[in-house]
Ligand binder design. Structure first.
Ligand code: UFG
Length: 335
């Protein structure tokens, strides 16, 4: 029997957390989901997971969680505020709350002997000026968070560094580029929605008249921003591989993307092909803070853990998102 069985997933009712929980349970793990349902949906929690509704800001609730569930073998920490734009308007929500909540979790984790931790981190650690192209971004790329959101994740990475040095906590930070796609019964349901692919698919569903392209004067092949879209199930598998390798690796930071960039116009055109809908698009001004190109090099995780994306093709990614959106036009139906 493997030594890893019981995994705590914070934010397991959210988009990436719920799909990772689904993959963990498919792989035979026992999962405890801890989520305050601020952005998450109880309907997204896998029925075989133990669900505890609670807030990481509530130290008594966190303590009770660890006391009720002895012998947690690893933690995957997704629960946090995650919107770049919102963090520019409400910096303390990110710089204080994301940090304090992670500190509360880590304090309880080490007090209860947990030795493995996977952090949901972000490509927003790498702020690149809007008018320069840098090629692919690997783990050696200089860190310069692009927003209070990215900074909060970087602070948590640094907190983990010290928890490793002082308490021996083994950890991996997974810095995702643009997470997207879904499973037939789990997908994106954010309010308000700000992400490109769900917005485009809402146009195809007739819920919006058009999508706005945020700027078409970037130095890219068609003038619109280039991003590296990565399927959420491929992200989930990276979490599981990293968790299972931690005893050997001790500490790792991995950038996670497909290594291929697509422009905003290419995403819209692919969505037209997948949905058969004309998806009208209008060009608007640039969105402040958007770099022209963000594409990952994921060579390190491919080489060290044998991670290979199963859904590298944008069309397949959008098709999986479309399957979710057209069968769940109002998401989980809870808002
Ligand atoms: N975009 C539009 N119109 C829209 C929405 C988005 O043109 O209505 C464009 C954006 O300008 C950007 C691209 O589509 O060029 C993707 O935008 P998203 O909002 O979907 O994603 P971001 O690249 O801004 O951010 C995502 C995650 C962040 C994470 C970041 C890391 O949402 O949490 O990737 O790169 F930090």
């Amino acid at each position: 029997m493997r030594s890893l069985n019981k995994i705590l997933v914070t934010g397991g009712a959210g988009y990436i957390g719920s799909i990772t929980t689904h993959e963990l349970i498919n792989a035979g793990y026992d999962v405890i989901v801890f989520d305050n349902l601020y952005q998450g949906h109880v309907e997204a929690v896998h029925p075989k997971a133990v669900f505890v509704q609670g807030d990481l800001a509530d130290t008594a609730a966190v303590k009770a969680l660890f006391e009720a569930h002895d012998g947690i073998d690893g933690i995957m920490h997704f629960a946090s505020y995650t919107l770049v734009g919102e963090s520019m308007e409400k910096p303390l929500m990110y710089l204080r709350d994301n940090l304090v909540n992670a500190a509360n979790l880590l304090e309880a984790a080490v007090a209860h002997g947990v030795t493995r931790f996977i952090l949901s981190s972000t490509a927003n650690l790498f702020d690149v000026p809007p008018d320069r192209e840098f090629g692919v971004i690997d783990e050696q790329f200089p860190i310069n968070p692009g927003s209070p959101y990215g900074e909060s994740k970087f602070f948590i990475e640094r907190m983990l560094h010290w928890f490793h040095r002082i308490y021996g906590l083994k950890y991996a930070c997974l810095r995702y580029f643009n997470a997207c796609g879904g499973l037939p019964d789990r997908g994106e349901d954010h309010y308000p929605e700000t992400h490109l692919i769900p917005l485009v698919l809402q146009v195809a569903l007739g819920q919006r008249p058009h999508v706005t392209i945020f700027g078409d004067d970037y130095p890219t092949r068609d003038g619109t921003c280039v991003r590296d879209y990565i399927h959420v199930v491929d992200l989930a598998h990276a979490h599981i591989l990293a968790l299972e390798a931690l005893d050997r690796l001790q500490v790792r930071h991995y950038n996670l993307g497909n290594g291929t960039g697509y422009t905003v116009r290419e995403v819209i055109e692919t969505a037209r092909q997948v949905t058969g809908h004309p998806i009208p698009a209008v060009v608007g001004p640039r969105r402040p803070g958007d770099p022209a190109v963000l594409v990952a090099s994921s060579e390190a995780i491919r080489r060290e853990l044998g991670w290979t994306p199963q859904y590298p093709d944008l069309k397949e990614i959008i098709r999986s998102a479309w399957d979710w959106h057209r069968t769940h036009p109002h998401g989980y139906g809870t808002r």
